[in-house]
Design a binder for this molecule. Structure first.
Ligand code: PBG
Length: 349
């Protein structure tokens, strides 16, 4: 009788343990046995980060012979086009599959519609051509959004104090076509306008860019972790109001399903969750629900927090590997990270 009461009250627990195939108990089971030696830990390890999982963001700037440190992101530089080889040689040596390009547009070239985004000779277009010519085996992804080019720092055009979705779409389509024409492999809309994936896919197909793929920043949160990046691309000081009318609210998770479902329907080849570490739950849920490649972005604020921790010797180097492996456990296929070179180098040794 007692057993029955005990059984009923613990039934769900027993069932879930059974489902997880956990049988036996201490002392016949001792999980420490599987951690006893390094060779054993290697054998049973479930996830392994490799250089194939990494995407390196690269900041480009005007000028010649310039490698400029970014104060808010120690260890990350801005390169003039002619100096891109210093970083690209490493990308190639460490076998990193893809780079993501971000420009620091001079203020004099910014305007309210971000028209520099459509200039064939803007920094991103020049960089694509430079890299494609010299490193044809490395993939290039480019953000589609206007913020590096607008005088107000927003991702779209402003009409009556609002970011105008449909007007912005027209420009984003043009920006995507230009990047594809320059040789960009992966178009990555990071603007969070509604309907952009469908419009961009259609335009790419119509213009014979059917092999150019789309990585949608589908679940991009209005995050407080983008600060160092905005400093790096020079949009921070220009921003007069936040991006909460287009980027997602961090209180929400089911909204991410709607965003991602729509983007997949509209033609996204892969989807991205951003930021990374504070959103591992979203990565895991999306990976479990949609069988599409899921990418994660370990953003600038996450990078700088870890980096300042390392500089101040509060944490050790392996914290980088630990942070990136968390994305693999959550189910990410690849990770955009400013640590890509450091960690790929380490993984090689
Ligand atoms: C712009 C864009 C941002 C980032 C990538 N693309 C910033 C923003 O939305 O304000 C952030 C990346 C990072 O913080 O590392 N659309």
């Amino acid at each position: 009788m007692l057993f029955i009461i005990y059984y009923l009250s613990h039934q769900t627990k027993f069932n879930s343990l059974k489902k997880m195939k956990i049988v036996g108990k201490y002392p016949s089971i001792r999980l420490r046995r599987v951690r006893n030696s390094k060779w054993m830990r290697r054998l049973i390890s479930e996830h392994k980060l490799s250089s194939s999982d990494l995407i390196l963001p690269i900041f480009v700037r005007e000028g010649k012979n310039k490698i400029e440190k970014i104060k808010t992101m120690p260890g990350v530089n801005r390169y003039s086009i002619d100096k891109l080889k210093t970083v690209m040689n490493k990308v190639s040596k460490y076998n990193i599959p893809m780079v993501a390009l971000f420009p620091l547009t001079p203020e004099r070239k910014k305007d309210k519609n971000g028209s520099e985004a459509l200039n064939e000779n803007n920094l991103v277009c020049q960089s694509i051509r430079y890299i494609k010519k010299r490193y044809p085996k490395i993939g290039i992804m480019c953000d589609v959004a206007l913020d590096p080019y607008t005088s107000h720092g927003h991702d779209g055009v402003i009409e009556k104090n609002k970011i105008d979705n449909d007007k912005t779409l027209q420009l984003l389509v043009k920006q995507s076509l230009l990047q594809a024409k320059m040789g960009c492999d992966v178009i990555a809309p990071s603007d969070m306008m509604d309907g952009r994936i469908g419009k961009i896919r259609k335009a790419l197909d119509k213009n014979n860019f059917k092999d150019v793929s789309i990585l949608s920043y589908s679940a991009k949160y209005a995050s407080n972790f983008y600060g160092p990046f905005r400093e790096a691309v020079g949009s921070k000081k220009n921003l007069k109001f936040d991006k909460k009318t287009y980027q997602m609210d961090f209180n929400n998770s089911s909204e991410a399903y709607r965003e991602i479902g729509l983007d997949i329907k509209e033609g996204a080849d892969f989807v991205l969750i951003k930021p990374g570490m504070p959103y591992l739950d979203i990565i895991k849920n999306i990976k479990d629900s949609f069988k599409v490649p899921v990418f994660a972005y370990q953003v600038s604020g996450e990078y700088s927090l870890i980096k300042f921790g390392l500089i101040n010797k509060l944490i050790s180097e392996d914290a980088i590997l630990e942070s990136l492996t968390s994305f693999k456990r959550a189910g990410a296929n690849a990770i955009i990270t400013y640590f890509a070179l450091d960690i790929a180098k380490k993984l090689l040794n």
